[in-house]
Design a protein around this ligand. Structure first.
Ligand code: UN1
Length: 513
């Protein structure tokens, strides 16, 4: 019933009505239950996907392990060449893939394109990285000895990703893991399985054209039960998981129980501190995009504004006025700013949060509400809301994955704002709006923000791929994407070589025979 050229998009990306959900490269099966993918844009059933059964999973792992034995022998720059081809293909398919992201997940088409751009960027990054997987050399304390370290691939990397970035987060992980010499098994969110299928088809085609084995990229589909097959599996040395704190705790414990490694990127409760010196115009743009972009469903979404009392009324008015300009509706229509939430469960959680903030003594400045009528038939469209609240409200301490912004007031020094900011369980992204150099530096200092990301005069969302992405505390501590995040996908080996005819022991120990 929808008319956004979606049929064409699905055809270009080779998505059929019923898709087998398990792929070991070019080979597809799916013997598990059926999963429906509905669009939150118009409520339509886009396609049915067969989930991964235990035996499908077993096949995928076996194929991946076999592929690893070959892939690890391919020189890293040659592996980079495959990632380069993948990035080129993504450039070609940016529009249809961006549209599928927008239609299956509900973010605006612009943001869908932005997400594919993040994939392209990480591919470029990984290509360069493929010639820079450096270790250090050290000076041995023993004469005639050489000491150095090298990085080897880990093996099979499991990737569990969330609905909100249905393609980019996989790419951050997999592009790095591939150049590192790992093979990957990906379980996308059960809410966005088609994005996963589209990506798998793109890479499978490239692998095939290059005569590379199936299993360098595998796809599995289903809910937490399918994820659990990987978290409990010794053959998966690293599990990289993005999603809720609740999910992260389950994954971390399952992986730790077998002493595997996990890379966690979980919830945020991100704040912007607005100081007396803030540029109000920039504050409004940064805050509004941060709070309502992706309908508040980024882990970096702005949830709290911590505003100095001297500018509180001014900032409040400017932001409330800006909310009056927001257009909510079909995300494929470029005139709209805000699309739907992912599903009706998310709408319920949004409603409950608004009730809760009022029950705790907060005041709604922009009331919010669920939209109905023409164009809103899916029941997933909500109005972004703003509430005046206090930092210690239970609901303000939590991450609600919806466009709800809490305004909090501080007085006195910037330290008071930093305290409020840090006084939550999560530690992903943070920002300060100020033209005061001292305040900015205090915010970035050892006594400043405790988050993995701390920005000055930028909002909390929209991080570039070049930096390490992730956060502290209940955000899980993992770092993905840029900087030296690649190291977690490899194992470090220290090598000492003796090129003399003596065997001196370290620490000067004498052991005469
Ligand atoms: C996420 O929400 O899981 O910084 C990732 C940002 C994006 C990534 C968000 N580059 O908002």
């Amino acid at each position: 019933a929808q008319t956004f050229g979606i049929a064409e998009v699905l055809e270009t990306l080779h998505i059929k009505e019923i898709n087998d959900g398990t792929s070991t490269g070019s080979h597809w099966t799916g013997n598990g239950e059926e999963l429906n993918s509905y669009s939150p844009v118009d409520g339509a059933l886009i396609a049915k996907v067969k989930t991964t059964s235990k035996s499908d999973y077993g096949n995928a792992i076996a194929t991946a392990q076999k592929a690893f034995r070959q892939w690890r022998l391919v020189p890293a720059p040659r592996r980079g060449e495959i990632v380069r081809q993948f990035g080129e293909k993504l450039r070609e398919l940016k529009q249809p893939l961006g549209k599928l992201v927008s239609y299956e997940m509900g973010k605006s088409y612009q943001e869908g394109l932005g997400e594919v751009q993040e994939m392209i960027d990480i591919c470029d990054f990984a290509v360069g990285l493929s010639r820079q997987l450096h270790g250090l050399t050290m000076h041995s304390e023993r004469p005639g000895h050489r000491m150095y370290e090298q990085y080897h691939p880990l093996g099979v990397v499991g990737i569990i990703s969330a609905f909100n970035f249905p393609v980019a987060v996989w790419a951050w992980n997999t592009a790095l893991a591939w150049v590192c010499g790992d093979v990957c098994i990906w379980k996308p969110s059960e809410k966005t399985p088609l994005c996963g299928i589209a990506c798998q088809k793109i890479i499978a085609d490239i692998l095939k054209k290059n005569g590379l084995p199936e299993g360098i990229s595998c796809l599995i589909n289903g809910d937490y039960r399918v994820g659990e097959m990987m978290t409990k599996d010794n053959r998966v040395p690293l599990v990289s998981a993005t999603g809720s704190i609740r999910m992260g705790k389950i994954v971390a414990q399952a992986v730790a129980a077998r002493l595997g490694k996990s890379l966690l990127e979980l919830g945020g409760n991100n704040a912007i501190i607005v100081t007396p010196d803030a540029d109000i115009k920039m504050t409004v743009i940064g805050s509004v995009f941060g709070a309502v972009g992706t309908a508040g469903q980024r882990c970096t979404s702005t949830r709290r504004l911590i505003i100095h009392e001297s500018v509180y009324e001014k900032v409040k008015k400017a932001i409330v006025d800006a909310y009056g300009q927001l257009r909510i509706g079909n995300p494929l229509n470029e005139n709209n700013h805000v699309g739907p939430l992912i599903d009706k469960d998310a709408v319920d959680k949004y409603r409950e949060a608004l009730k809760k903030v009022v029950a705790e003594g907060g005041r709604l400045l922009v009331e919010g509400g669920v939209l109905d009528g023409e164009g809103y038939e899916s029941g997933c469209y909500v109005q972004p809301a703003i509430a005046e609240a206090r930092p210690d409200f239970e609901i303000v301490q939590q991450e609600t994955f919806a466009p709800i912004l809490y305004l909090l007031k501080y007085s006195g020094d910037v330290e008071n704002a930093i305290d409020i900011q840090n006084n939550v369980a999560q530690g992903l992204s943070s920002a300060i709006m100020t033209n005061n150099l001292r305040e900015a530096e205090r915010f970035l200092s050892v006594a400043g923000s405790d988050c993995g990301i701390a920005n000055v005069n930028i909002g909390t969302s929209g991080a570039e791929i070049g930096g390490a992405f992730g956060g502290e505390k209940e955000t899980g501590g993992g770092r993905e994407s840029g900087s030296d995040a690649w190291k977690i996908y490899m194992r470090r080996q220290t090598n000492t070589i003796n090129y003399t005819t003596e065997l001196p022991l370290a620490q000067g120990i004498k052991f005469d025979l």
